[in-house]
Design a protein around this ligand. Structure first.
Ligand code: MG
Length: 299
């Protein structure tokens, strides 16, 4: 079987003909939030419905990193290497300090509780950007069913003074988000009011040096499925989750090819020795594949 679908010739140079899509861990209910810790040689990821964060170490295997995880979803690292997590159960974004203590980065906006932070990215200036759709408070499956107090916005937190700003306020369900390698653009997915409903696209915003967004045109419509989480490589290609696997989209918004994955993909991250392995969280499992592309600096 082939693990790829090449739609544009250049995609053939991004993949290795003999590198498998390999299941490295399974037995979960909904995996999400993959983040690679190169210094510890391990991958952390969320198993949201089971309220835990798992750790997978190559050659060693699985262990529980944190349980309960407050139904943690998307995760990343900041430039000091600290874990940053979105938590549905506590409706907040947290940072795990190097000594293991937890710092709350954001849990409210203008006196109202956040909905259920979903995914997060840290810019090189230390600012923390996260999406806050309502998915995690709609049911008791991935958190606690609760009333929505705020629109589904995207926020930017400046850790220098703790200030929080709503930077994108016209989304139905903002979800994955990531910067271009030079941080001049911020890509944000919209996965609709109900998960899997319209719209299903990624928008592209210009981001100036002071963190202001402008533009926001539709960059790419994902089909089949939706863009939940995504990451970029060093050449600005965007690798996105989709219903049939991972889609590779170039900086012009053209779908170059697909990595076919046998389960519904939620998110992914680059990692491994040369940051050329793609770790893919997909429903009950985590898959890995080696590529000829390198992940951009943002983990
Ligand atoms: Mg997500």
């Amino acid at each position: 079987m082939s693990f790829f679908e090449v739609l544009e010739p250049e995609f053939a140079s991004f993949v290795l003909g003999n590198a498998p899509v390999k299941q490295v861990a399974t037995g979960f209910d909904w995996t999400e939030g993959p983040v690679w810790f190169g210094d510890a040689n391990c991958l952390l990821f969320s198993d949201i419905p089971n309220n835990r964060i798992m750790r997978w170490t190559p050659g060693v295997g699985l262990s529980v990193y944190r349980e309960p995880s407050n139904y943690a979803n998307g995760q990343t690292r900041d430039r000091q290497g600290r874990l940053v997590s979105c938590e549905h159960g506590t409706r907040r974004v947290t940072r795990t300090e190097l000594d293991g203590s937890i710092t709350i980065i954001a849990d409210s906006y203008q006196g109202k509780r956040l909905n259920s932070p979903n995914d997060v990215v840290v810019k090189s200036d230390g600012t923390i950007w996260f999406s806050d759709p309502h998915y995690g408070i709609m049911t008791n499956y991935e958190g606690y069913k609760s009333e929505q107090e705020l629109p589904c916005n995207v926020y930017r937190v400046d850790p220098a003074d703790g200030s929080i700003q709503a930077v994108a306020t016209d989304f139905c369900g903002p979800n994955g988000l990531a910067f271009s390698p030079d941080e001049s653009r911020l890509y944000i997915a919209d996965t609709g009011r109900m998960f899997g409903s319209d719209p299903q696209h990624i928008r592209s915003f210009a981001c100036d040096g002071s963190g202001r967004l402008s533009g926001g045109d539709v960059f790419h419509v994902i089909s089949p499925g939706c863009a939940d989480g995504f990451r970029l490589d060093t050449d600005g290609n965007l690798w996105s989750s989709a219903a049939d696997g991972v889609h590779c989209i170039n900086p012009d918004g053209v779908l170059l090819g697909k990595i076919l994955v046998p389960e519904l993909v939620s998110n992914l991250c680059f990692g491994g020795r040369a940051k050329q392995q793609l770790f893919i969280t997909a429903t009950t499992s985590v898959y890995a594949i080696s590529l000829v592309r390198e992940g951009a600096v943002t983990p």
